[in-house]
Design a protein around this ligand. Structure first.
Ligand code: ARG
Length: 470
């Protein structure tokens, strides 16, 4: 315990509320109660909030200009001490709010005790945490935008390269590399939208709600809200101190984003395998094996695939903490921070790693094309041709094509390797023209419907995103 915590009351009693306590806390109590080990991460937000509060107290005449100035200056000293690594954090002082205030008192004396006028740690922590999560929403949007930019470069390089498209991870129809990359751009755009929506909703200021009921002092909540970059003060003081929706929304958006990253990571793991060889991941984002000299492992992709576990875990944890809590503040809510800190760190790292991997990755055009042509990937094109050129109902065309696939399978060849006679034995309406339809390039070029895989369509998507990502 530092000197700052000593009061004139009982030995060891807390400086902030020691008045009604006859003894200090049990060591176990201190251990379960203190949050400073993790909430020190909120120091910049805490000091920013306190400075805004002090300036408002002066502007409304609740505090003298002299005291407010001493507080504002003193808080800047505390900030620089923390940033220089010189600050002594104290567990006895429980959390970041009391650590900062105690140090302020040591620095400036009596006026420090006036800072907490018309405020409680309940609105203080809600404000600090909102400010922190708001920054993280911005960081997520930035990370996602960088990832989209890397994906767009991949799409531009291989807008018309053909590759197999899969359903059930079975060869379905040929698609283009550019189309596949652009699919992820759309997914990550929705993530950006979710973080943006959450950010807009969380951008209201709890400060001034005080403990729960508001305050009898003539504060100006508009002023502190504006100083902290919030759109407005929160309208209900009970809600302001007890709401953690902003953290839950951030975690929910992070969970969906992590799920997207996990899906993409899984594709990279599959694509970089010796069996697929669709992509080569750079050495910078791979590792070797200590026993098998030939191995190059996609560890970054595997870890990104796994990170959803932590992020969704944090989401479930905070929902579980919040459920059933009565209004307004309960100490349970102190459990919000570690989950969000870990989830945010994890998400930012996963986004950065994915961006680096995508930026460095080489798609193997020849392997993609070879794979695109195997597995009877143009069977649907054959059936469509029978509908268009020979006038068959689609169901019958499907049947005829199925028989030809079975024949090719039996012969161990691909559809274009069947002779015209063999084709005509299945349906006499088939002509030479069928062979042009069976090529993968013609197949993708024909899928001109809006959002389809034809290179023209893909280039239109790329151009639209090029404009947006500039
Ligand atoms: N460390 C606390 C938290 O993170 C700050 C608020 C404490 N409020 C209180 N009334 N004990 O939730």
């Amino acid at each position: 315990m530092t000197d700052d915590t000593k009061t004139s009351g009982a030995p060891g009693a807390n400086a902030m509320w020691g008045g009604r306590f006859a003894a200090g806390p049990d060591a176990i109590m201190e251990a379960i109660n203190a949050s400073i080990s993790f909430d020190k991460r909120l120091y910049a937000q805490d000091i920013r909030g306190s400075r805004a509060h002090a300036a408002m107290l002066a502007a409304t005449g609740i505090l003298s200009d002299r005291d407010a100035e001493a507080i504002g200056e003193g808080l800047l000293t505390v900030l620089s001490e923390i940033e220089a690594g010189e600050f002594q954090f104290s567990t006895a002082l429980e959390d970041i709010h009391m650590n900062v205030e105690a140090r302020l008192k040591a620095l400036i004396g009596e006026p420090a005790g006036r800072l907490h006028t018309a405020r409680s740690r309940n609105d203080q922590v809600a404000t600090d945490f909102r400010l922190w999560v708001r920054d993280q929403a911005d960081a997520a949007i930035e990370g996602l935008t960088a990832l989209q930019t890397a994906l767009l470069a991949q799409a531009e390089a291989g807008a018309e390269w053909v590759m197999p498209g899969f359903t059930h991870l079975q060869t379905a129809q040929p698609v283009t590399w550019g189309h596949h990359m652009m699919a992820y751009i759309e997914m990550f755009a929705r993530d950006i939208g979710r973080f943006g929506d959450a950010r807009a909703r969380m951008n209201e200021c709890p400060l001034g709600a005080a403990a729960l009921a508001g305050t009898s002092f003539p504060i100006n909540r508009e002023m502190t809200a504006k100083a902290l970059g919030f759109d407005r003060p929160m309208a209900n003081s009970l809600d302001a101190v007890s709401d953690r929706d902003f953290a839950l929304e951030f975690l929910s958006a992070a969970s969906i984003c992590a799920m997207h990253l996990s899906r993409f990571a899984e594709e990279l793991v599959i694509w970089s395998s010796a069996q697929f060889r669709f992509v080569t991941l750079s050495d910078r984002f791979s590792t070797g094996s200590s026993i098998m000299p030939q191995k190059k492992n996609p560890d970054a992709a595997e870890l990104i695939r796994a990170k959803i576990g932590r992020i969704l875990g944090a989401t479930v944890a905070l929902f579980t903490v919040m459920k059933g809590l009565p209004l307004a503040y309960s100490k349970d809510m102190q459990e919000d921070k570690e989950q969000v800190f870990d989830a945010a760190d994890t998400l930012m790292l996963a986004l950065a790693a994915m961006e680096g991997m995508v930026r460095d990755m080489n798609a193997n055009r020849a392997n993609l094309e070879k794979a695109a042509a195997s597995g009877f990937s143009t069977a649907t094109d054959l059936a469509d041709w029978l509908v268009r050129a020979a006038g068959l109902p689609f169901r019958e065309a499907h049947h005829v094509t199925g028989a030809l696939v079975a024949l090719a399978e039996k012969k161990g060849c691909d559809l274009p390797d069947l002779t015209l006679e063999e084709m005509q034995a299945s349906h006499p309406g088939i002509t030479e023209e069928i062979y042009s339809v069976l090529g993968v390039h013609n197949s993708v070029a024909s899928r001109q419907s809006y959002g389809g895989t034809a290179p023209d369509q893909v280039r239109a998507q790329i151009a639209r995103w090029r404009g947006k990502l500039k």
